[in-house]
Design a protein around this ligand. Structure first.
Ligand code: ADP
Ligand code: MG
Ligand code: MG
Length: 252
């Protein structure tokens, strides 16, 4: 589904990603971990096509297409969903209207008819139940005045509605309370199918008590320096990141 080869990226001429290689297959959940400043959010942003980042080398293929050639909008329409570490607030646009527009844009892109009002509402109700979100939240301006937990819940709700092929979740490194963790995890677990894949970016092992990843990768200085299974995440929780830093710094 997703093949990242030797990906290099910089911000303002500062190299942040220094050769990322990653292969994600349908049905898989990958966790990207690593110390602060290692490039996790940068990787997520590059995949989503955010503008401040310049790809200087390497390739990203998504379902046979050159992902880097697509605009952020077309990436979304192709089924890539990014939950931002800091979700944007859109005054005057409710979540419901935002989603109606987004969903119908995706359908138009795929040559499908817009979803009729009844089908849209049915889908809303079904997904609201799935992520335990309050209807009142959905008629308010998107993310405006939402608490951290409400933003997370809303994000996962959007993901549920849009049914992406590849979801990339960039978690805040702090401030996620146990409730928010549970919401994110439940959402991801319930939405998992053999056809879609998830990349979970997290600084802490905690989230992975709830979302069980198939693979865990450690990012350090813009490279994946270690890959393993959920056992690696456990090891990181016990030992921290210093041993990995020392190991890598000794080599370079
Ligand atoms: P992580 O998510 O792993 O904590 P980031 O991808 O946010 O790491 O950041 C990686 C590095 O890139 C850090 O050194 C950070 O300071 C730098 N960086 C991130 N965004 C910007 C930016 N907009 N301008 C300059 N430097 C940035
Ligand atoms: Mg950070
Ligand atoms: Mg980050």
């Amino acid at each position: 589904m997703l093949t990242i080869k030797d990906l290099h990226a910089s911000i303002e001429d500062k190299a942040i990603l220094n050769g990322i290689n990653l292969e994600v297959k349908p049905g898989e959940v990958h966790a990207i971990m690593g110390p602060n400043g290692s490039g996790k959010s940068t990787l997520a942003s590059v995949l989503a096509g955010r503008e401040d980042y310049e790809v200087t080398q390497g390739s990203v293929e998504f379902n046979g297409q050159d992902l880097l050639e697509l605009s952020p909008e077309d990436r979304a329409r192709e089924g890539v969903f990014l939950a931002f570490q800091y979700p944007v607030e859109i005054p005057g646009v409710s979540t419901t209207n935002f989603l109606k527009t987004a969903l119908n844009q995706v359908r138009e892109y795929r040559g499908e008819e817009p979803l009729d009002a009844v089908s849209f509402l049915t889908r809303m109700k079904e997904k609201m139940k799935l992520v335990e979100i309050d209807q009142a939240l959905l008629s308010r301006s998107l993310n405006e005045g939402f608490s951290g937990g409400e933003k997370k819940r809303n994000e996962i709700f959007q993901m549920a509605m849009l049914e992406p092929k590849l979801a990339i979740l960039d978690e805040t490194d702090s401030g996620l309370d146990i409730d928010a963790l549970r919401i994110v995890a439940n959402g991801v677990n319930k939405l998992k199918t053999p056809e879609n894949a998830t990349i979970v970016v997290t600084h802490y092992q905690r989230l992975l008590d709830y979302i069980v990843p198939d693979f865990v990768h450690v990012l350090y200085k813009g490279r994946i320096v270690k890959s393993g299974t959920k056992e690696l995440a456990k090891e990181l929780e016990e030992k921290g990141y210093d041993w990995i830093k020392e190991e890598i710094d000794a080599q370079t």
